[in-house]
Design a protein around this ligand. Sequence first.
Ligand code: C2E
Ligand code: CA
Ligand code: CA
Length: 627
Amino acid sequence: MHKLLLRQLKRSALSDLLEAHPRFLESVSDAYTQHEDEIRFIEHSLFVVSNELNEQNALLSRQVHELSQANAQISRSEAELTAILDATGEAIISFDCNGELSLLNRQGKNFISQLQADMIFEEQLLLICKNPTELEETFEAIRKDPFINVNGLIEFKRRRYYEFYSSPKVVDGQLQGRVWSFKDVSSQKITDDIIRFQALHDSLTGLPNRNCLNQLLEKQLRFHNFHLMKLAVLFIDLSGLKKINDTQGFEVGDAILIDSVHRIMLRLRDKDIIARFGGDDLIAILRDIPSNDWVMSVCKNIERDISQPIEFSNHLYFISCHIGVSIYPEDGEAVGDLVRRADLAKYHGFNHDVAIQFFSFSIAEEEMRRQTVESQLRKAIENLELTLYLQPKVDLKSGAIKGSEGLIRWVKPDGSIIPPGVFIPIAENTGMIRDIGRLVVHEACKILANWERLGITETTISVNLSIADFNDGALVGDIIGELERFNVSPSRLILEVTESLFMANKDLVRNAMLQLESQGIKFALDDFGTGYSSLSYLQELPFSYLKIDRSFLIGVLQDAKKSAIAQTIIDIGKNLNLALVAEGIEDAETLEFVRGKTDNCALVQGFYFYRPMPHADLTELLLKHIS
Ligand code: C2E
Ligand code: CA
Ligand code: CA
């Protein structure tokens, strides 16, 4: 029986009912037990549910916590990403597959603000950049393969330059869009451009320098080759600039160089090129030339313009130029060949006193020969292979040998003799002439001293000096030194100079001549009438003798012009009170011509009397005359 039922029956004093209605109470007891079991079950169930709920709750709150942590992390990462993207200094712009903007950093916003919002990004870029072709190629490449990375340089107006990179956005092999980054490299590009310009241009004139010229010419040669066109390379050497630099300073020299460049430019067409090769050497490239004659006329114009006096700070300056020309393709097909050959032509012109010289292969050969002579001559001077021959000068009236002219000979070890006409011009252009000048004066003084000892006291020796000798400040001292060294009277030395001397610095020449003259040395003007004859110079400079050049006397009887020139020179000599020397007397008729024109009053020199001979031979001859 259920305990609670028993207690209730007892408390109600109904315990008798147990016996009276046992079965009834039995079933009530069962109902009590069943009810109790049900309550217990429900209680238990409730307990279980509440436990589960608690667990779920804990899980949920954990998840909420985690989520909020993740959220915070995401916001931090986002902030960090934005900061990083902003800090790159580059404009970063990300698009989805539809071309819609998906991400922008701060610079990206600025960059985009240059574009029009209502247009497709790519089209906008093409519209405002200055190099759309290159960019179009990049876009085309992306269209062909959307997965490629690309990069390049884009130039906007007003010298804005951006370096760009672009990569695809790919997730699990799926294309999600594309990211572009643009870096503003304008200032770096401008600096680079300046550095590149400076590396390729001459700072004084702003012209392309030698490096740049090579590149430009290379390009032009390819172009001319493709279009079957001709091109001319002009090697322009400005003469006289060095002297101006030396005497007036670089400021004046620089100004004159710049002025000269401008003059040349005025004679060139827009499509032609001018560059500074170095120093006072300029190179002009004439493109697509119609003919060589046309090139010649351009050169003549340049040459004429350069020779015009240049005014600077109230002074007039004179310079000149030599131009060597090579033509593509006939004179060469490579940059180096064309420049070298134009230079060689210029050099050849310089040596032959020709202002404008076109290259030819025969010139090249001649220059090669000249270079061989040059190197051999250097050795010959060292090895004492140069010796002075003497050619007597005869007094017309008495027939006596009054003087002699020293003429240099190069006697090679094998006995062959090279005449001065071959090597003197080379020596003059290389500075070796000074060594020859010293040698000749030395030899002449030595011979005169020997003659003195032998009692030959009346005969003079004339030596030939070049303009280069006068440009050397040591000349006067050298000559006086040699005379003193050999104890020779200065009156026995005559110096023969040519009119080319008149082209040198007049004051320098005059001073040197006056100093030497004051010592008793006399001067003869040689080759008068063959060069830049100037009567005023003839008067101003202390000449004692005037030589009629052999070119006017050889064949004078058959040539009325020569005869007239000879007559004029003789008249000038007489009027200026100069003693006349006629050289190149090869026959009796010429001798009689000179005799007639000079009233028998001249010195004569020529093969008719004597050829130039070793000094020992002349010594012997003179000794015979004395005895
Ligand atoms: P130049 O001073 O006019 O010398 C006279 C030249 O005429 C010499 O030639 C001489 O040999 C030549 N000659 C003399 N008589 C006759 C003649 O009857 N017929 C012909 N056809 N020629 C005659 P060379 O010795 O060959 O000298 C040539 C030039 O070389 C000289 O011309 C002179 O300008 C230069 N030269 C010679 N020796 C020297 C030197 O020591 N120093 C310098 N700077 N130049 C020199
Ligand atoms: Ca002479
Ligand atoms: Ca002469």
